[in-house]
Design a protein around this ligand. Structure first.
Ligand code: PGA
Length: 259
């Protein structure tokens, strides 16, 4: 089980700048200790105003900072948007794109997300690309069709960007929309089917190494047994549980103990 594991905290729009810095300063030593474990990467994704202070606080440590979204445009008259290169200059090394909350509330399309992916790669940031089906699509047995529709433009974008892929860590987060913030988690069978399918789809359509696959949606320290035998899962995108340091620590330590 010597695989690298990613723990990504998605702090959404929960904490203001000072609440975020208070949290990381309070837990600084413990966060550093956790992040120094071998084969573990912790990526903290605060709301945009906290990116620069966190990048400064964690400079020269193994902890990385990510943004929660970026513009699909490079530069110019796009009031209110933040470009991938501006996020990079503020210290972000990663960026979540395609989160279901952005697809839903900001009407982002699969193509918009592929365009953001290109912006990130050209700006030298690593994308964390979220995909996942809704409850209705799941009930109708459309999960894999939806995932394919979401992945196809991403795969095309990644293939176009091959020349810029060196040293980029690509992450794809499978987050069933119905599992996000609901306390509901998929069965191990569902996870097996979906992750095996994503993995084989990516190996068919992308040169290796293919992106790391992670899971997100109601991950807590109490449901980690569900994921432990799935050989495709290389970490978690954690929302609610990552706002509680003890929970985050338990989630990261669960695997350290299991190794
Ligand atoms: P959750 O959020 O862990 O609170 O379900 C996950 C996410 O939205 O990325």
């Amino acid at each position: 089980m010597n695989r690298r594991y990613f723990y990504i905290t998605n702090w959404k729009m929960y904490w203001a700048f000072d609440e975020t810095t208070d949290f990381v300063i309070k837990h600084f030593d413990d966060l550093i200790a956790l992040s120094k474990q071998p084969l573990i990467s912790i990526i903290m994704c605060p709301s945009a105003p906290a990116i620069y202070p966190l990048a400064t606080i964690f400079k020269d440590t193994p902890l990385a900072i990510g943004a929660q979204d970026c513009s699909d445009q490079h530069k110019g008259a796009f009031t209110g948007q933040i470009s991938a290169s501006h996020l990079g200059s503020a210290g972000a090394q990663y960026c979540i794109i395609g989160h279901s909350e952005r697809r839903r509330f900001n009407h982002e399309t699969n193509q918009d997300i592929a365009n953001k992916c290109i912006q990130l790669i050209t700006a030298d940031l690593s994308p964390i690309i979220c995909i996942g089906e809704s409850q209705e699509e799941n009930t109708q047995g459309k999960t894999l069709l939806i995932l394919e529709a979401q992945l196809a433009p991403i795969v095309q974008a990644l293939n176009q960007q091959q020349a810029h892929m060196d040293n980029k860590t690509l992450l794809i987060a499978y987050e069933p929309v119905w599992a996000i913030g609901s306390g509901q988690v998929p069965t191990t069978n569902h996870l097996e089917t979906v992750f095996a399918w994503i993995s084989s789809y990516l190996s068919k359509h992308l040169p290796s190494p293919t992106p790391f696959l992670i899971y997100g949606g109601s991950v807590t320290s109490n449901n980690l047994d569900l994921f432990k035998d799935n050989k495709h899962i290389n970490g978690f995108l954690i929302g609610g549980a990552s706002l509680d340091f003890q929970e985050l620590e338990k989630i990261v330590k669960y695997r350290i103990k299991a190794r």
